[in-house]
Each structure stands twice: as C-alpha cells, then as structure tokens.
Ligand binder design. Structure first.
Ligand code: KG4
Ligand code: ZN
Length: 340
C-alpha cells in the first residue's frame, strides 16, 4: 500500500504544504509572506496571521498538485519547532484537526532534521543519489549554523554550533547596514558576483573546536563602513558590490574552516550542506572546489529544498511513520528544539 504523507511547515514566515508518496515528492507548495519586507525582518504577530490565511489554500493546492484528496493521505506531519511559537501553533493546530477528521496518525517533526533530510527527498523512484551514513551536514540557515554528524535518518549529533548569530543572520543584518532589502542573503549573493571579494578586509573569529561566531564579523563590517564614511560619505553607494563580495567571502571562509577541521578530525569523507544559506552560489562553489581538492563527496540540495519548505518536513514524517513514531493530540509546539 502507498504511504502518502502530507507535511505542513509554518515555523517562520513561509506557509508550506507538501505530499510525499513512498519517499517520492508529489507536490511542494509555498506561500511566502511579503508583509515583512517593509519592516526589514519577520514580525511574529503578522507571520501568525498570514499563516492562518494561507494554510487552507496551500494545503488544498498541495493535494490537487499531487492528484490526491484528503482521503488518500496516510499520515499528517507538522513542524513542532524550533521557530516562532505563534507560527508553529497554526501548523500544529491544523495538523491535529486534519488527523482527527481523517482518523490518521499525527507525526511531529523537528524543523532542523527536515533541513538535513531534504537530501533524501526523491524526485522519482529511480533517484538514488543520497548521502551515505555517517555523513557530516553543514546546516546554515537564518536561525542556525551547525555541524552535525548524521548517523541515520533520525539519529543526529551536533558537534558545532554558533555561539551568537547564525550565518544567515550575518548576511541579513549586514545587508541591512548597507540598505539592502530583507532577506539580505539572496541580494548579497547576487551583488557579490559583481564585486572584488578581497577588496575589504573583515575580521574572522578565533574560537576553539567546531563552534561558529558571526557577531564579531557584523561589528567589523559596521566599523569598517563607519570609518570609511568619514573619508567619503558616499562609500556605501560606491562600494556596494565590493562590500557584498567581501562579506560573502569572509562568511564562506569562516564556514569552510570549521567544516574542514571536522572532516579531518572525524575522517568522514561525505559532506552535505543544508538550510537557506546553502542556496548561496559562493558557498556552493567553495564546497564543490573543496570536494575536488580534499577528495570529499559533496551533496548540495536543489534550490527548492534549501529554504523552508514542507517537502523536507514530509520526508522526516515518512521515516518516522515507518518506525511508528506518532504524536498524541496533546503535543505542543517548541520555540527551541534541539536536533539531537
Ligand atoms: O532555512 P531558512 O529558509 O529559514 C530558517 O530556518 O532560518 O533560511 C533563511 C536564511 C535567511 O537568512 C536568508 O538570507 C538566507 O537563508 N539565504 C541566503 C541565500 N538565500 C537565502 N543567504 C545567502 N545567500 C543566498 N543565496
Ligand atoms: Zn529553516
């Protein structure tokens, strides 16, 4: 019998629903919330309201695209956390109602596990290009920067994490300093292609182990601009591309240094990258080059699965379904929720 999983993602500002059938993607619908652009960041209260408006149409569309009705769904899963509580409540309440109405299992999913398992979403039955266990995963998003040892589909160990800002946050906050729109990551990526990555020197953190830190880089970016503007008030306007290229170059160097250390120390020669920042073209190129020079197998997700989406939630739901790991109706969302 087919196992058709309906996944719901509502942890931040994207409302998404997806159907995965026996591990193969059938649909992945996402409603982005433009309402936050004017505020230069996600406004939690507005996000919850927008999820409430979007959730039914998005689920409806995901079912239609998959050629299914609610009766065809075997189990429903939802993002339990981490994320914004008001946003998570919309997705979890919807999933609970759907599970009761259809009398099917309810499955809770850790959003971060979703980013990692996005690598296991199959495009078709013959798709076998998936990481082999154990592999290292560099998880870089707006809220997290982690190095994870992935031991099996549902068994993960965080060996490094950020002690302050996440990589995506560094992109977004620095972009804001130079008046770029939110989210800054994709804009910096585009403008960086036109600039010189070595034109502006920015400081890198000196911390032990596999942990990351990006708040010093943000300060260094801010102070460099402040100093240069004393000489030339138009410094930002004249150097936007160089600022983007230098910022991106430094973030990538910081990420790659620790990843390289983790590969060397663990001896694991298989690496995957996940999360919104894995859409970054510079990071993708750096990983491909690293794979070639260090003889490491690199897995880069399709763009569709880098930023928040419900297909990655549905694939975790699929593996939990196979193990009979179901949730009860009294489950509550978690704003903080570790991957391990
Ligand atoms: O995974 P995600 O969609 O949401 C979280 O779980 O946080 O990641 C969003 C983050 C934002 O900080 C955004 O600026 C960043 O991913 N991002 C990028 C790119 N596309 C998205 N950062 C750098 N380059 C990109 N192309
Ligand atoms: Zn995410």
């Amino acid at each position: 019998m087919d196992v058709n999983i309906l996944g719901i993602e509502s942890s931040c500002d994207d409302t998404s629903a997806a159907v995965i059938s026996n591990g193969v993607i059938k649909s992945n619908e996402i409603a982005n919330q433009a309402v936050h652009e004017a505020f230069g960041g996600v406004v939690p209260e507005l996000a919850s309201r927008a999820h409430q408006q979007n959730i039914i149409p998005v689920v409806d569309s995901a079912l239609k695209k998959a050629g299914m009705t609610a009766e065809d769904i075997t189990a429903i899963c939802f993002t339990r956390g981490p994320g914004l509580l008001g946003s998570l409540l919309v997705g979890s309440s919807f999933a609970k109602g759907f599970s009761l109405a259809q009398n099917i299992p309810l499955i809770d999913v850790n959003h971060l596990q979703g980013h990692v398992l996005a690598h296991f979403i199959k495009e078709n039955e013959k798709d076998t290009d998936q990481p082999k266990f154990p592999f290292l995963c560099l998880l870089v998003s707006g809220g997290h920067s982690q190095i994870i040892i992935v031991k099996s589909h549902l068994e993960m160990e965080v060996i490094g994490t950020t002690i302050d800002d996440a990589a995506g946050e560094a992109f977004d906050k620095c972009a804001k300093v130079i008046d770029l729109p939110y989210p800054g990551g994709p804009v910096v990526d585009r403008l960086a292609k036109l600039g010189d990555p070595l034109s502006i020197k920015l400081s890198k953190p000196k911390i032990e182990g596999y942990n990351y830190s990006f708040s010093g880089l943000k300060t260094s970016f801010l102070y460099t601009i402040r100093d240069r503007m004393k000489e030339d008030p138009d410094f930002i306007k004249k150097n936007t591309e160089n600022l983007c290229a230098s910022l991106q170059h430094t973030i990538i160097e910081i990420l790659m240094d620790k990843l390289n250390k983790a590969v060397k120390d663990t001896g694991i020669k298989e690496v995957a990258v996940a999360g919104g920042v894995s859409a970054n073209s510079g990071l993708r190129n750096a990983l491909i080059r690293y794979g070639e020079t260090a003889n490491v197998k690199i897995h880069i997700p399709k763009f569709e699965f880098t930023t928040d989406n419900a297909a990655m939630i549905a694939i975790v739901g699929y593996y939990k379904y196979k193990k009979g790991l179901f949730a009860s109706q009294d489950i509550t969302p978690l704003a903080r929720f570790s991957i391990d």
